[in-house]
Ligand binder design. Structure first.
Ligand code: GAP
Length: 508
């Protein structure tokens, strides 16, 4: 077997596999799809559920200091006024008047070029997200263009938000390549609006939540008053969020409907927030590794002080090396007591706790780890995908595609394969094992076709183990099966009790 390899266009291969094997489909595909929306097929649904379950079990069930919540998707519109989303949850939008294309100004990079001694021209390039990594890519792309367009003026590429009014008409639209059609950036609010009730007027306007976090703040007092939580403690929630992204992109990385797993960890106002922040960053990194993401693909990005909101004490993003660049996976923010204070002021209901030691009331501060389920799913698909040359049972070299998913999150844990279809005692033993396994685990029964082909089918689905019920199972003492491991393709004999012990240890 040769070493695993990623294909030249890894993203295309992953999108194709996701469709082919029923992980992810474009939403409403028979009507041409809807940009920024996706459906999860049978394997994708299981994978997503396993990601959610691992997070929930590790965070809420296995710790004593965190409780769960499920708040409504549509909340009182005043929630979003108090949180600052109505006024400030915006992206800078640029229109191309000719092509009707829309861009995020902070993803549109441009640079002056010296076409010749006398003429100054401009080039532009679209890049994925607004990170330091993309600025680098933009600089490289713009530099490559200088061969045809002249020398790059000695300034770093800037994003469109930094264009002066007199420069805007000179910058070419990425759609047409011609200047003159781009508008000045304007603030575009990303919240989806709807109306609650029979009337559709200003008084009935409501929003689909753009984050799950506000549910935890708005229900803070309810949780404190109805449970026995003591500081420090967290409230965690998993649920759908909606953002009318200007440029949904990179498959499920940035979509308009997605799922978040957020936790608000409340601490005393005098607590060492920096230590707590660091502990949560480490917890999140370790958790990502526990679901199979390699250390080599993870890094940290500390938001510069000057880019933080005024109330923020610090934000660190855990970044992942996606095929399209290093991008944010999980944000861990130290938000002070901003959110509770805002809701206390807007609602007139104090959001305080009582300090027995000082006999004073205070508003707790919060550390917020916030991550997208879909983004983790994309990361595990990217990290796990490999194409390899392998030698089959007859000595032929063939290609196999394999998804190296951690047993914790793999959609199917074990495939039960009777070696042949019609041999009664063999099939009966296979079915008996299948029924026992299914009580506890997601299991597949695959009775047909060449055994090598059946292994390959499971490799592509990310199934960590296959058990084959063969003649030795029924003819020799010991009632053993062949256990075949997905990653090493090694085979060994195993009893039913050993199989259950293996699953117990690895699937938790
Ligand atoms: N309450 C804080 C908050 O929502 P955020 O950085 O906007 O912070 C948190 O979002 C996480 O949600 C991100 O790190 C990312 O994993 C995920 N996320 C955000 N926007 C997303 C989108 N449009 N599509 C998919 N996932 C998204």
């Amino acid at each position: 077997m040769s070493s695993p390899a990623a294909p030249a266009n890894l993203m295309e291969a992953i999108v194709a596999l996701a469709k082919r094997r029923g992980f992810i489909y474009p939403s409403s595909e028979i009507y041409g799809g809807l940009n920024g929306f996706f459906d999860y097929g049978p394997l994708g649904t299981e994978l997503k559920k396993n990601i959610r379950d691992c997070w929930w079990n590790d965070l809420v069930r296995r710790r004593d200091d965190i409780v769960g919540l499920e708040s409504s998707i549509i909340m009182h519109p005043k929630v979003w006024e108090a949180s600052g989303h109505v006024a400030g949850f915006t992206d800078p939008l640029v229109d191309c008047k000719v092509s009707k294309m829309r861009y995020r100004a902070d993803q549109l990079f441009w640079s002056p070029v010296l076409v010749d001694d006398k003429t100054l021209g401009y080039v532009s390039v679209l890049e994925s997200d607004n990170t330091a990594g993309d600025l680098q890519v933009a600089a490289e792309t713009l530099k490559r263009r200088k061969a045809t367009q002249g020398a790059l003026a000695p300034v770093a590429p800037r994003d469109f938000t930094k264009a002066k009014p007199e420069e805007i008409p000179l910058i070419p639209s990425p759609a047409t390549g011609e200047p003159g059609s781009l508008t000045a950036p304007r603030a575009f609010n990303m919240m989806f609006q709807t109306n609650v009730g029979a009337l559709s007027d200003a008084s009935s306007v409501a929003y689909l939540r753009p984050e799950t976090a506000q549910g935890m703040f708005v229900d803070f007092k309810n949780v404190v008053d109805t449970t026995r939580v003591k500081l420090p403690f967290g409230i965690a929630q998993i649920g759908k969020s909606f953002r009318n992204e200007i440029t949904p992109r990179n498959f499920i990385f940035r979509s308009r409907e997605f799922e978040q797993m957020e936790m608000e960890y409340f601490i005393h106002e005098d607590a060492d927030w920096a230590k707590c922040h660091e502990e949560w960053i480490t917890w999140c990194e370790n958790w990502l590794k526990s679901v199979g993401l390699p250390d080599s693909h993870l890094s940290r990005y500390t938001h510069p002080r000057e880019k933080l909101a005024f109330y923020s004490k610090g934000t660190v993003d855990i970044m992942f090396k996606y095929p399209f660049g290093v991008q944010e996976l999980w944000g861990i923010a130290a938000r002070g007591n901003y959110d509770l204070t805002q809701h206390a002021n807007a609602s007139g209901k104090p959001q305080e706790m009582f300090d027995e030691a000082t006999k004073k009331k205070f508003v707790p501060h919060v550390i917020e780890p916030a991550v997208g389920v879909d983004r983790i799913m994309l990361a595990v698909l990217c990290a796990g995908y490999a194409e390899e040359d392998m030698t089959d049972e007859k000595g032929n070299v063939e290609k196999r595609t394999v998804l190296r998913l951690s047993p914790r999150i793999a959609p199917v844990k074990v495939a039960v394969l009777p070696l042949i279809k019609n041999k009664e005692p063999l099939v009966a033993r296979a079915k008996d094992l299948y029924v026992k396994l299914k009580r506890k685990y997601a299991v597949n029964y695959d009775g047909g076709g060449a055994i090598g082909k059946r292994y390959r089918r499971q490799d592509e689905a990310g199934t960590p183990w296959c058990v084959t019920i063969d003649f030795d199972t029924i003819e020799k003492p010991g009632d053993t099966f062949t256990l075949r491991e997905r990653d090493s393709m090694k085979q060994r004999r195993i009893t039913e009790a050993e199989l259950f012990a293996l699953l117990e240890e690895q699937v938790y």
